[in-house]
Design a protein around this ligand. Structure first.
Ligand code: UDP
Ligand code: MG
Length: 309
């Protein structure tokens, strides 16, 4: 059986259509399936709609989180509840094409354990956004060997992979990265990002930037070592300046103005603050992990009685 995990946050206008279309396509293709809708603390009617769907004849499980935990939390809650021999993760807004899911399933049948959905284009995103995204993935690839350019959360993974992911003890997760980190036999499949059917995107520029920084620091400690490199550069520079100042002093040619001094203090001062910021960021991550709070809290799970568990 295939489980399709669908994280939803204020998606009242998409959920029903999505369930029916998905069910239609998968049934036509003869794929036994369940849909796991995860309500990520929506403030609209999403949860009511999911509950209603869960008691219909479709094989649907509705999971209600206790509040909005973010897409990552919702995905991992769905992975815990999903019962399938393989599990797919998909957006509820039709941006991940349902036909591609069928192709992914066929690849899984051929023995691929991770079918990785890669965007063949980035849909209707702005030029500036694309440049930022490219910069982010390039630096991630340089620092951590993770090749995630144009990757997405649209994936189909084998039960063995789901079990491995569920065992990860870390609280700050990054599904795209972790599903590459775990290894296994994987293959890419390209899909075109479609227009969102209804509602609007839940990710602001700020939340994307936060997500990007967190995903870099989840996979690499290189930024911390940059601090050391920066200190070496400053040290060499200070030796050169020191020698120069000494010669000037001996030859009675010492600087007259303070400009150089002020300039140096400002540069080094910002270097130190920047470094402290990087260290602080890792410290904050350690703090979050050490607290050991769960990635999500499930409030209730609704499933109709006539379906076997
Ligand atoms: N989502 C979620 N929790 C959140 C934000 C988003 O479960 O806090 C879900 C959302 O309902 C959708 C998917 O994650 O099914 C992708 O979100 P969205 O379409 O807003 O992101 P985009 O496609 O713009 O990157
Ligand atoms: Mg979307």
């Amino acid at each position: 059986m295939l489980s399709v995990v669908v994280p939803c946050y204020n998606e009242q206008d998409n959920i029903s259509n999505f369930a029916f279309e998905l069910n239609k396509t998968l049934s036509t293709a003869g794929i036994d399936h369940e849909i796991v809708f995860v309500n990520d603390g929506s403030s609209d009617n999403s949860w009511n709609i999911m509950q209603r769907l869960a008691s219909s004849s479709l094989n649907i499980t509705a999971v209600n989180l206790s509040r909005n935990f973010g897409k990552e939390g919702a995905i991992f809650a769905g992975l815990e509840i999903a019962k399938g021999d393989c599990v797919a993760v998909m957006d509820s807004d039709f941006q991940h094409p349902i036909e591609t899911l069928v192709e992914m399933y066929r690849l899984w049948q051929d023995g691929v354990q991770i079918v990785d959905g890669v965007k063949s284009d980035r849909g209707q995103e702005s030029k500036a956004h694309n440049v930022m995204v490219k910069l982010f993935y390039d630096s991630l690839a340089k620092m951590s060997d993770m090749q995630l350019y144009n990757s997405s959360d649209f994936k189909l993974v084998d039960r063995a992979v789901v079990d491995a992911l569920n065992q990860m003890p870390e609280k700050l997760t990054f599904f795209r990265g972790l599903s590459q980190w775990v290894g296994f036999r994987s293959e890419k499949i390209y899909f075109e990002v479609k227009e969102r059917k209804a509602g609007k995107s839940k990710f602001s520029f700020k939340s994307l930037a936060k997500f990007a920084i967190n995903s870099v620091t989840s996979f690499t400690s290189v930024p911390l070592h940059i601090v050391t490199v920066m200190s070496l550069v400053t040290f060499i520079f200070s030796i050169i300046m020191g020698v120069d100042t000494y010669i000037n002093w001996v030859t009675h040619n010492a600087f007259v103005g303070f400009s150089t001094v002020i300039f140096l203090i400002l540069i080094i001062g910002s270097g130190i603050m920047f470094s402290l910021g990087i260290i602080g960021h890792y410290l904050a991550k350690i703090y979050e992990e050490v607290k050991g709070r769960p990635r999500y809290i499930i409030n209730e799970v609704v499933k109709s009685n006539n379906k076997q568990d």
